[in-house]
Design a protein around this ligand. Structure first.
Ligand SMILES: C[S@@+](CC[C@H](N)C(=O)[O-])C[C@H]1O[C@@H](n2cnc3c(N)ncnc32)[C@H](O)[C@@H]1O
Length: 298
């Protein structure tokens, strides 16, 4: 019990001192994930499609058939930009991402005129003089402090512009936090720094709506969903988590991830086994928002 208290006091101390998994760690993680990230896009891209609706901008502000200016924020390997280029709405796209390796997969987009920017997203928002008709942000919200992010989105969005966002939400990756904490607790000497990403997961539709309304945005569409993936082994489940980037940064919690990997798999085997399979859920929420007066959403 005393050991446990000491461990948690130490973690709180590190969080207060901001000795936590940080931007540089996420960059390194996504550089590692770049060659395997496609497996996420293949299975979850159909949900990302829910937010790729440049038609909203045409209806609201652009009926002159001029290209609309879109910011693909934390664009990764460019799934959203690629879809935008296929849409019937002409788009002028700026795509920003922290990871140079993820952006290398976007070379085809650069040839089609997409402006690729390798930079921390927040730094970009704080320094750009551009204004956008639409901001799209796929699966990256938890890497940012949401209040600051949405406030900065507001500053670079044109009047009546539209934001589309899809993100993991509270309750995603059920039990994984418990599994990591158990392994951290039993190997305190192996813990390098904790991770505090859970604070930035919205609480479903209601939570996302509250975050946006606080910054003066109202929903045009709002939806929450869940997908469960099943694997034959605990090892395969952990591989999926690492290859898709959904656990980006978690390796940096430990001084030597390979030393604790076996124990992580053991805990996965104990807590994630059900009916001959190892299951993991991805809970998510998406919304399309605009500034100004109250709107009805469907
Ligand atoms: C899960 S991927 C999503 C990629 C893409 N939006 C999609 O829908 O497939 C998350 C992306 O966020 C990027 N990211 C994380 N932190 C960032 C930051 N501070 N600034 C810019 N990009 C960041 C990562 O490099 C990664 O490419």
């Amino acid at each position: 019990m005393i050991k446990k208290c000491k461990f948690y006091m130490n973690m709180i101390y590190k969080i207060m001192k901001k000795e936590v998994v940080d931007v540089a760690d996420y960059k390194a993680s996504y550089n590692d994930v770049a060659s395997t990230y496609e497996c996420w896009v293949e299975k979850m891209g159909k949900f990302t499609d829910y937010i790729i609706k440049p038609q909203y901008v045409c209806e609201k502000i652009n009926n002159k058939n001029e290209p609309i200016k879109v910011l693909d924020f934390a664009c990764g390997t460019g799934y959203i930009s690629r879809k935008l280029l296929l849409s019937s709405v002409p788009c002028e796209i700026t795509a920003v991402d922290l990871s140079d390796k993820m952006l290398e997969v976007c070379n085809d987009l650069s040839l089609q005129g997409v402006d690729l920017i390798n930079m921390d997203g927040m730094t970009f928002l704080e320094n750009t003089s551009e204004q956008f008709d639409m901001i799209l942000c796929g699966w990256a919200l938890p890497y940012f402090s949401h209040n600051k992010l949405l406030n900065n989105f507001g500053k670079v969005l044109k009047k009546d512009g539209v934001i589309g966002i899809i993100a993991n939400s509270k309750g995603t990756l059920d039990e994984m936090e418990r599994i990591f904490l158990k392994v951290m607790e039993t190997n305190p000497q192996e813990v390098n720094k904790p991770m505090n990403i859970a604070f930035n997961l919205p609480n479903g539709e209601k939570g996302l709506k509250q975050w946006f309304e606080k910054q003066g945005f109202y929903p045009l569409e709002l939806y929450e969903g869940e997908r469960v993936f099943s694997f034959d082994t605990g090892e395969a489940l952990l591989d999926w988590l690492n290859q898709t980037g959904v656990m980006a940064g978690t390796k940096m919690i430990f001084k030597d991830y390979d030393k604790v990997k076996g124990q992580l798999i053991e805990e996965i085997k104990k807590l994630k086994y059900d009916n001959g399979k190892y299951n993991i859920n991805h809970k998510f929420v998406y919304g399309i928002f605009t500034q100004g007066g109250q709107h009805e959403h469907n």
